[in-house]
Structures are given as C-alpha cells and as structure tokens.
Write a protein that binds this ligand. Structure first.
Ligand code: GLN
Length: 272
C-alpha cells in the first residue's frame, strides 16, 4: 500500500514546526518498506476524506481562527474521523477540533466538534518542557513509553465526558486550568484580570485522579499540547499511528539518536 499522510492547513497551522510529524511518519513507514507520501492540504483546497493519517499543527490565535472557519465549511476531516482514520492534532489544533475556544483577547470561536473539549485562557502562557505518561486511550493501543514534548500555549483546555486524557502530566503544565495561571511558565507578564475570571464549565475536568492532564483522545483523534515535533521524540506514538493506518503490526525500528534525545530531555527535566 501507499500511505498518504496529510498535513492540513500548513499556512495557518504551521508555526511551530509540527509538520515534522508527517516527515517522521513517512520516514518510519518507508524504513519498513511501506511506500509513503506526504499530502499538503492548503487552506483553499478541499480536505480529502481518504487520506490514511491526518496531522494538524499549532498556530497563533488569529491564524487558528482561519483554520476553524475552514473546518466549519469543509467536512472532509469530519468524514475521515467518522470512518476511523487516525488524526494527530497539536496545540492550536487540539483547541480548534474541540467544541469552542476563547482566545487571549476573550474572543470565542466555535470548534470543529471532533473532540469534547473546551479551551479558555489561562491568563499566562505555559511555556517549557512537558512530560507525561500515556493516558488510557494511548495505553490501550500499546503506547507505554513516557511522552516528551515542548509546550507553548495561552489556552487552558478542559475535557468533557467523551474525551480522555492523551497524557497524565509528570512535568510541565499540559492542558492547564482555564482561568488559572499555568503550573509552569516563563511568561513574566501579570495575568490579565479579565481572563483570570474565566472558568471551566460544569461537567468538564482539568485533572484525573488528582493528576494534571495533557491533550485529549476521542475515537481516532489524538491531540496534545506537545510540540517537538512530538513524533520525533516519541517513536512509539508514530508507530501506533502507522499501525492504525496499515492495520498491521510493525517490525521494530531503531533510529540512531532517538534514545539519546529522550535521555537528554529527561536529564534536562531532572535538572529543572
Ligand atoms: N494560540 C494557541 C494558544 O496560545 C495555541 C498555541 C500553539 O499552537 N502553540 O493557546
């Protein structure tokens, strides 16, 4: 088979280098002899519902509203999700695929409704290393290794009953708590009082069993605040997405440097 890996709306969701996730998927598939191609789907193009894996990256507040408008007008991704095709969504894309998000200026925008999450400002940006253990939706698919990434977001995201955490945070902020300054930040501004008044709607959670959470999993949608790109740092996650798309289990693949990168991130966190 030829694996078609989508990079959706890179003009507006391309700020944080997350298109590297598609490169990692293609590389790891090709290394197993699986033909793979990356398909960029621009803002003016129809979103095909037939790609094998979809990736969406982070973006600035204004840019992500353009992505929201596009997804409201084009049901291609929703049809792909309904068919169970895997989707990896990073940061702004986590927010955009949710029910709604309110940005740092207090502007509320409807999301694509593919994840039962809502996002409201934290008042400051969460910036820095993020580490978690795989949540139940990943563990059920065989992802067991610690997850590493880098976060940089002002939004705090709460999960409704249809979504489960992507990761259980052991370092960093993760989804954070809407209206509450992030657990870890390098943002030295004073929080805007109007944003600190924001709160989590009834029935939405910001913790599971007393642990902070990162991202959301719902059906075939996997969303996280982790940049990196996240698949470069977490090869098990990349292979899970490829295996979902191909329906086959994959032969092990040792890519030189990945173990060193993970060890180096761990060391950095230990030194914080
Ligand atoms: N604009 C969003 C926020 O600040 C998402 C940022 C990102 O994608 N890194 O919360």
């Amino acid at each position: 088979m030829s694996l078609r890996i989508g990079v959706l709306l890179p003009e507006v969701l391309g700020t944080y280098g997350d298109s590297g996730n598609a490169e990692i998927l293609a590389f790891r598939a090709q290394a197993r002899g699986i033909d793979a191609q990356i398909v960029h789907v621009g803002i003016d193009e129809a979103i095909p519902d037939s790609l094998d894996i979809y990736t969406l990256g982070g973006g600035e507040d204004i840019a992500q509203t353009i992505a929201s408008r596009k997804l409201a007008a084009d049901s291609g991704l929703a049809r792909a999700v309904a068919a169970g095709r895997p989707v990896l969504a990073i940061c702004a894309a986590l927010q955009v695929l949710g029910t709604y998000y309110t940005d740092a200026d207090g502007k509320k925008t409807a999301g694509a409704g593919l994840l039962d999450v809502v996002t409201l400002p934290q008042g400051l940006r969460a910036i820095g290393e993020l580490r978690s253990e795989p949540g139940p939706g990943l563990a059920a698919r065989g992802v067991t290794d610690t997850l590493y990434g880098f976060e940089n977001h002002g939004g705090g995201t709460a999960l409704g009953p249809d979504a489960s955490p992507f990761g259980l945070v052991t370092f960093g902020t993760g989804n954070g708590v809407p209206g509450v300054a992030p657990a870890r930040t390098n943002d030295s501004r004073t929080p805007d009082p109007k944003l600190v008044l924001a709160g989590t709607p009834d029935g939405y959670v910001t913790e599971v069993d007393g642990r902070r959470i990162d991202g959301a999993v719902q059906g075939s949608v996997f969303a996280t605040y982790m940049h990196g790109p996240v698949l470069a740092r977490n090869p098990q996650l990349a292979d899970m997405l490829i295996a979902m798309a191909t329906g086959d289990s994959l032969a092990p693949l040792d890519v030189p440097g990945v173990a060193d990168l993970r060890a180096e991130r761990e060391q950095f966190i230990a030194g914080q």
